[in-house]
Design a binder for this molecule. Sequence first.
Ligand SMILES: Nc1ncnc2c1ncn2[C@@H]1O[C@H](COP(=O)(O)OP(=O)(O)OP(=O)(O)O)[C@@H](O)[C@H]1O
Ligand SMILES: [Mg+2]
Length: 255
Amino acid sequence: MLKIENLVFERDGKKVLDGVSFHIQKGEKVVLLGLNGSGKTSLLKILNGLYFTNSGDFCFEGEIVTKKSFTKQFETAFRQKCSLLFQNYEAMFFCKNIYEDIAFSPSRFGLLDVKERVFHAANMLGLENRLDEFAFTLSGGEKQRAALACIFALSPDLLLLDEPTSALDPYWTARLVEILEASNGCSVTATHNLSLAAELGERAIVMRDGKIVFDGKTAEFLNDKALMANAGLLHSHKHHHDGELHEHLHAHDWN
Ligand SMILES: Nc1ncnc2c1ncn2[C@@H]1O[C@H](COP(=O)(O)OP(=O)(O)OP(=O)(O)O)[C@@H](O)[C@H]1O
Ligand SMILES: [Mg+2]
């Protein structure tokens, strides 16, 4: 479905992505892990054709993606198949109500069953009674669910999710995991929630300073302290443990 080879992406003279390569097969679910600033959002934006790299190859469903190939016709076909939930999900609203926000892309891409798509996505995310509201009147987690509905309404082949549970409560976090598990589509999900990582993707791609430091089974990564430490995802500080003050490497939401 997707192949990237040796991507280099520079901003302000700094290599944000430095020689990133991987292939993703149809139906694969991948979780993208790494510290703040490691390059996850930049990579997802490149995969969505919002940023273009300085060098390297990006091939989606057999077609090479470059700034030049991004004609109107290519963009419509590409964006229907590949959708990104922004980390800053509030940037996904610009209509007068949630119905129109969710309907915006399916209408723009000329899909015929726009109404059904909106109601189906809204139902999935528990927003069926909120469709006439202005997105900015929703709570933080409700906004994130509305942003998820915007991309689910397209039923894309490839879902790019940038921290999709950052504002969700435990109920909706579990619902989202169920929704993703039930879909046979492909997803690449960036998260800092290590206790959720294995459920979001059997395969983990782990980044540090713009480079991939691990690409393999999520369970293997999470169970290997040396791999976790190499990615900077374990840390050490003094904390109480069985009544004693300890200091050892640990992850906060993962043991
Ligand atoms: N448009 C830009 N202009 C300048 N620098 C940028 C730009 N986009 C990203 N960067 C830099 O690239 C690095 C990687 O940023 P990115 O947003 O990809 O990280 P991230 O892994 O998603 O981090 P987080 O976990 O905080 O979301 C950061 O140091 C950031 O400042
Ligand atoms: Mg990010």
